[in-house]
Ligand binder design. Structure first.
Ligand code: ATP
Ligand code: MG
Length: 328
C-alpha cells in the first residue's frame, strides 16, 4: 500500500480552497493508502502569529479536518511539533539543499515581498516540508498546485541525500492533484489563502458565507445588471462549478452572457448550494467542539504512532550519516 503524507498550517481558518485543492482528496485517499495527515505548526510560526492563539488554532484545524471527513480509524492525524524528529531531519537536509533552489521558490518570494527583515525560516520552509514527507518515507503527497514547486525540491533533496550517501534510502515523493488545483480568493486575484484573508471558511455560518460572497469580485465588465458578462473570467462562476449542478452552472453562464440576471442573483444560487453542501461539516464540527478531549486523544494517538515511525527512519539516517551512536 502506498504511504501518503500531507500537511496543513494552523495559520488561519480551513477554507474551501484547502478543501477543494487538498483535503477532500485526503478524505478519499483514506481507503486507498496508508495516510498520515499533519497540522504543521512548525511551518505556521514562519509567518507573523500570536502565540496565545496558536493552541486554539491548532485544535480548530484538527476539528475542521475531522469534520471534513478525516476518520482517525482510517488515517493518522497529528500535530507536527508533537513529533520533534521533523526538526532533526530538517537539519540533516539543510546540509544537502542548495541555497539557490530555496531562493527561487515562488512561495518564498511571495511571502517575503513585503517584509523588511526576512526570517531564515521562510527560506528553509521547503526543507522542513521535505523532512515532513521523507521522515515517513511517503511516496504520495496530495496538495494544491501552489505546492508543486516545493515537492519538486523535496524530490531533489531526496536525490541529493541518496547520492551523497550512496544508496536509495529516500523515495522521491510524487504530488497528487485534485481537479481544483488553484481556487482564487474572493478578491478574484490572488490564490485563496488563510494568510490573505480572502477566504470562505469550510465551517462558516450561512450568514457569513453570504456576507463574504455578496461583495466578492465578479467580471469587472458587469458594472450594472444590464451589462453582459463573461463567466470565463468570473471567479463566482468558477466556484459554481464545484458547488452547483451541471444545469445550474450552464444557466449561470447563459444568464451572465445575456445579462439575464444580476451578479447578486448568481451569488445567491451559489451561496445556497455552498451552504447546503457545507452544512453536515458544520454540524460535525459543532459536535466535536463539545468534546475537545476526544480531539486531543486523536492527536495524541497520532503523534505517538508517528514518533515511533520517525524513530525508525532517524536511527537509519544517523547510521548512514556516520554519527557515533549515543552511549558507545
Ligand atoms: P497560508 O496562507 O498560511 O500559506 P494556505 O491557505 O495557503 O495558508 P496551506 O496550509 O499553506 O494553506 O496549504 C494547505 C493545503 O491547501 C496545501 O495542499 C495547498 O496546496 C492547498 N491549498 C491552499 N490554498 C489553495 C487554493 N487556493 N486552491 C487549492 N489548493 C490550495
Ligand atoms: Mg500556503
Amino acid at each position: 500500500m502506498p504511504r501518503v503524507f500531507s500537511g496543513i498550517q494552523p495559520s488561519g481558518e480551513l477554507h474551501i480552497g484547502n478543501y477543494l485543492g487538498a483535503v477532500r482528496n485526503w478524505v478519499a485517499l483514506q481507503d486507498q493508502a496508508e495516510c498520515l495527515f499533519c497540522i504543521v505548526d512548525l511551518h505556521a510560526v514562519t509567518q507573523a502569529y500570536e502565540p496565545a492563539d496558536l493552541p486554539q488554532r491548532t485544535l480548530d484545524m484538527a476539528i475542521g479536518l475531522l469534520a471534513a471527513g478525516l476518520d482517525p480509524a482510517r488515517c493518522t492525524l497529528f500535530v507536527q511539533s508533537h513529533v520533534p524528529q521533523h526538526a532533526e531531519l530538517q537539519w540533516y537536509f539543510n546540509t544537502v539543499t542548495p541555497l539557490g533552489e530555496l531562493e527561487r521558490m515562488t512561495q518564498f518570494k511571495d511571502k517575503t515581498a513585503r517584509l523588511e527583515s526576512i526570517p531564515a525560516g521562510l527560506l528553509n520552509y521547503p526543507i522542513l516540508q521535505a523532512a515532513d514527507i521523507l521522515l515517513y518515507r511517503a511516496d504520495r503527497v496530495p496538495v494544491g498546485e501552489d505546492q508543486l514547486q516545493h515537492l519538486e525540491l523535496a524530490r531533489e533533496i531526496a536525490r541529493r541525500f541518496n547520492a551523497r550517501y550512496g544508496r536509495t534510502f529516500f523515495p522521491e515523493p510524487q504530488p497528487m492533484l485534485t481537479g481544483a488545483t488553484r481556487i482564487l480568493g474572493l478578491d478574484g486575484q490572488a490564490k485563496m489563502s488563510k494568510s490573505l484573508g480572502n477566504t470562505i471558511g469550510l465551517l462558516d455560518s450561512p450568514e457569513t458565507i453570504w456576507e463574504k460572497l455578496r461583495p466578492a469580485m465578479t467580471d469587472p465588465a458587469r458594472k450594472t445588471k444590464k451589462d453582459p458578462g463573461n463567466p470565463d473570467v468570473c471567479n463566482i462562476w468558477s466556484l459554481h462549478r464545484y458547488f452547483s449542478s451541471e444545469s445550474e452552472v450552464a444557466t449561470a453562464a447563459d444568464k451572465c452572457r445575456s445579462a439575464g440576471w444580476g451578479c447578486l442573483d448568481c451569488k445567491r444560487v451559489l451561496a445556497d448550494n455552498m451552504i447546503r453542501e457545507l452544512a453536515p461539516m458544520r454540524e460535525r464540527a459543532e459536535a466535536l467542539r463539545q468534546h475537545p478531549e476526544q480531539v486531543r486523544d486523536v492527536l495524541a494517538a497520532g503523534a505517538e504512532r508517528c514518533r515511533a515511525l520517525a524513530d525508525g527512519t532517524l536511527a537509519e539516517v544517523r547510521r548512514i550519516m556516520g554519527f557515533l551512536p549515543a552511549g558507545m
